[in-house]
Write a protein of this length. Structure first.
Length: 157
């Protein structure tokens, strides 16, 4: 069993998922319950790369980037679970397979802190995962989605 700190820092996150700046969309992860759920956070700053074109004079975080943040939090949860289970699949790469019922309810902009809640809704072995994700700012739901991810087989050596 791996020992997880109560809060995963950006460095801890980088040890679990392959994403790096400027595409790393989460800053910390808390309350990890292996194979069940986690909570992640993204502090949105006015210097985010996507604000240059989305939209000049009215910066809004693209909804697809919020879904990506959910996926990265789910990746942290899946890889922490798999490493704990000593799974034989890869633990360095994950791909979206579906995004369902995505809803973009409220804009997110500079100065907002997004609380991302992830729940494992189904799992098939080590490789196929289904998650429910919510993005919340100031106690208001801004975005939610159900999505699936697939972890590729380990390359033969």
């Amino acid at each position: 069993m791996i020992a997880l700190p109560e809060t995963l820092s950006i460095d801890d996150i980088k040890r679990l998922i392959p994403h790096r700046e400027p595409f790393l969309m989460i800053d910390r992860v808390e309350d990890i319950r292996l194979n069940e759920s986690c909570v992640a956070y993204k502090s949105v700053t006015d210097s985010e790369w996507f604000f240059a074109g989305h939209f000049p004079g009215y910066p809004i975080m693209p909804g697809v980037m919020i879904i990506e943040a959910m996926a990265q939090a789910a990746g942290v949860l899946a890889f922490a679970t798999l490493k704990n289970e000593k799974a034989k699949c890869r633990t360095d790469c994950v791909f979206f397979t579906t995004i369902e019922n995505a809803r973009f309810k409220k804009p997110v902009g500079p100065g907002d802190v997004i609380r991302i809640e992830i729940v494992v809704s189904r799992r098939r072995g080590d490789r196929l995962w289904k998650f429910d994700g919510k993005a919340i700012v100031n106690e208001e739901l801004t975005d939610d989605a159900t999505f699936m991810a697939m972890i590729p087989e380990r390359a033969e050596s």
